[in-house]
Design a protein around this ligand. Structure first.
Ligand SMILES: CC(C)(COP(=O)(O)OP(=O)(O)OC[C@H]1O[C@@H](n2cnc3c(N)ncnc32)[C@H](O)[C@@H]1OP(=O)(O)O)[C@@H](O)C(=O)NCCC(=O)NCCS
Length: 186
């Protein structure tokens, strides 16, 4: 259940009418993905072809390029914009049908990022809580979520949503970075 104080917060499937807020956030330097700052390259792609960009956000197949340049298949996903009346960030679930397993190049089932000017209001916590039943609906009995060991805010978000620390792993894309691995049962 969402934090009652944030009951105005909604998860929205990306559509053309919602792209302006996303575009503005990219232009202000916010990166929708956390592995690397991709704000300016995403902005360029969005402005080159808004419809194609939107289709790529919602695509259920195809290919993605990892920070190390590898091209890998895009997994089935559920991606949402987080909105309180204005664009606040995004949250995404990725999974494989019929299994809880993920390929080794993914950091976990769920990733999220809140724009810096909307942080500290419980929005990531509410968005993650709202996402858990969606994960259950695609067949997952639990989700694995990771965060860097120095990302105290993200750790807190995961723990507030019931995450239990189950281990650590090294980050495949950032040398010397340790990730905390959490499991959230649903
Ligand atoms: C991590 C992130 C999503 C948090 O978003 P948010 O909407 O500000 O998070 P919330 O307001 O729901 O909760 C943040 C919690 O972390 C706590 N927190 C924030 N900064 C903290 C810090 N430096 N040390 C410890 N706790 C911290 C807050 O106090 C709050 O906990 P509380 O409710 O018990 O007080 C946001 O900072 C972000 O987008 N960061 C960049 C992308 C990222 O790291 N994504 C996660 C990848 S795993």
């Amino acid at each position: 259940m969402a934090d009652p104080s944030n009951d105005h917060l909604v998860l929205q499937t990306p559509k053309l009418a919602l792209l302006d807020g996303f575009e503005d956030a990219l232009a202000r330097g916010w990166s929708p993905y956390t592995l690397a700052d991709v704000s300016q390259q995403e902005l360029k792609r969005l402005r080159a072809d808004r419809a194609a960009y939107l289709a790529s956000l919602n695509a259920q197949s195809g290919w993605i390029v990892l920070p190390d340049g590898r091209m890998v298949p895009k997994l089935p996903s559920r991606g949402f914009f987080i909105n309180d009346g204005d664009f606040c960030g995004r949250i995404g679930l990725r999974f494989q049908h019929g299994t809880t397993e993920l390929p080794d190049y993914t950091s976990g089932h769920i990733g999220y990022s809140i724009v810096p000017w909307k942080r500290g209001r419980g929005y990531a916590t509410t968005a993650l809580r709202t996402m858990l039943p969606i994960a259950r609906d695609v067949g997952l009995p639990f989700v694995v979520i990771t965060c860097n060991d120095d990302n105290h805010a993200s750790r807190r978000v995961i723990e507030k949503c019931g995450g239990a620390l189950i281990g650590t792993k090294t980050d495949d894309f950032a040398e010397g970075v340790t990730k905390l691995v959490f499991r959230v049962e649903m």
